[in-house]
Design a protein around this ligand. Structure first.
Ligand code: DLL
Length: 437
């Protein structure tokens, strides 16, 4: 394969040099952070009074973790480390509590972010002749502007389409000859369903690649999107607290996401003991940003579950690879005492050809017990008025899920395109059980 690199000197930097660079940038971030009262007091308690108290990367372990609640407590300006007149943009993510976490950027922070994004996209084989349709939400959400500025930075023609409105998306794709798209994996599947409905022929489109991220998805979902839309799908990972997309991205090998270690220090910990896991073991990803002045954040507990690859990547990049995120340590469902990750159910459904592109997991109380219902759309080859194949499919789904999670679900089959779809991240779980039990 002919690999291409946006910044070969950094992307293929020998590990020892990369770690020296990380240390230098870490000290710089400590200097920025000492301007905020939150980190000043945290650092003081940890015996860090100046950047010179950090003499090796091991010193990072002296700094306590930062959580989403810390960021919320600091709302709105508690983590801002530059004067307000030097800030040029903010992004925010709201979450469920209503108090947003807000991240600020100065001009240089934005430039650096765009550079990391360009690095990701170029690394998948994109070129300046590509036409990039960005089918994700703009606004406070980082997915829209983040990828947009990366596409511009590497010289693609960027169409700021935003999320939703599939008919307009098809029109844009046809009018401008779109070759690369970006969306959540659930929206990409929805696009395929709507293509069938609208009678849009795949031959009338020129798309070759899709960047998919912002929500967890399985390898089976990737394969499904690739075979239905005839595109190469690249996994894109990021979070608002660490700028947004551009933290880790797949290269042309499509096997694990390179985390840009000149911009982030990654640790993986056991979420219960908070100790580092062994290399290759799954745990919670903890990130420290090294490429932003306006809002430094150290050892952020992402709640995302992943593992480091232990072998180097054939592409020659030295930045370590993360496994596909399997879920979050806080999205685990406990159903009648059994631990279940929604990703286990997704894997079963997306691996079955007869199943359609959208599904919903419902958990509710049934007397003293919990009841799991899996609602899923059927594929275009099965018809709602043909009872025999429907019943056979129901049985097959039930048995395969039971074999995977040891719980037998109720299964409901729905017509393709009939389950609700959200414009942002997919809502896959409806848990209506009272929270205080
Ligand atoms: O979702 C940033 C982003 C935008 C990433 C577009 C990729 C593409 P937040 O809204 O703050 O930021 O949500 C971050 O989404 O902690 C993960 O739980 C989840 N997530 C993001 N990308 C992936 C992925 C953006 N590729 C949270 N796989 C993260 C699994 C993902 N989960």
């Amino acid at each position: 394969m002919n690999f291409q690199y946006w910044q070969p000197d950094i992307e293929k930097m020998p590990r020892a040099e990369l770690e020296t660079l990380q240390l230098q940038k870490l000290k710089e971030e400590v200097r920025f952070a000492l301007r905020t009262s939150f980190y000043r007091s945290r650092f003081e308690a940890a015996g860090i009074k100046s950047p010179d108290d950090i003499t090796s990367l091991n010193d990072l372990a002296k700094i306590p973790f930062t959580t989403k609640n810390d960021l919320r407590d600091g709302f709105p300006y508690g983590f801002l480390s530059i004067p307000k007149e030097a800030v040029v943009r903010l992004h925010a993510s709201s979450g469920t509590t209503g108090i947003p976490t807000t991240i600020y950027f100065n001009r240089d922070d934005i430039k650096q972010w765009a550079n990391y994004m360009a690095r990701c996209m170029f690394g998948t084989g994109c070129t300046k002749s590509d036409v990039f349709q960005n089918m994700i939400g703009y606004g406070l959400f980082t997915g829209g502007l983040g990828m947009h500025q990366g596409g511009e930075e590497m010289g693609m023609l960027v169409i700021p389409a935003g999320a939703g409105n599939t008919n307009r998306q098809f029109k844009l794709m046809q009018d401008f000859g779109t070759t690369v798209v970006h969306a959540t994996p659930s929206f990409l599947l929805h696009v395929e369903t709507k293509m069938q409905e609208a009678g849009v022929k795949r031959e009338s489109l020129s798309i070759k690649k899709a960047f998919a991220g912002a929500e967890p998805y399985s390898e089976d979902t990737r394969r499904r999107i690739e075979s239905l839309l005839h595109v190469d799908v690249y996994n894109s990972y990021g979070l608002s607290e660490m700028n947004g997309p551009g933290v880790a991205f797949e290269c042309q090998c499509k096997d694990g996401l390179h985390i840009w270690e000149d911009g982030y220090i990654a640790e993986i910990i056991n979420p219960d003991t908070l100790e580092p896991v062994k290399d290759g073991e799954i745990g919670e990803l903890v990130l420290t940003i090294l490429c932003r002045e306006a809002t430094p954040i150290f050892r952020y507990r992402t709640r995302d579950l992943t593992a480091f690859y232990t072998e180097p990547c054939p592409c020659g990049r030295t930045h370590r690879r993360l496994r596909r995120i399997t879920g979050r340590s806080d999205d685990m469902l406990i159903i009648n005492g059994v631990n279940v990750f929604p990703s286990q159910i997704e894997e079963v459904l997306m691996g079955m050809k007869e199943v359609g592109n959208n599904y919903l997991i419902v958990v509710e109380k049934d007397g003293a017990l919990d009841r799991l219902t899996v609602k899923t759309e059927i594929g275009p080859d099965i018809f709602m008025d043909d009872a025999r194949p429907l019943n056979a499919l129901k049985e097959k789904i039930k048995e395969t899920i039971q074999a995977s999670i040891s719980i037998s679900p109720r299964v409901e089959l729905h017509e393709g395109g009939s389950l609700p779809i959200s414009e942002g991240k997919a809502v896959r779980v409806q848990d209506t059980r009272p929270k205080d039990i």
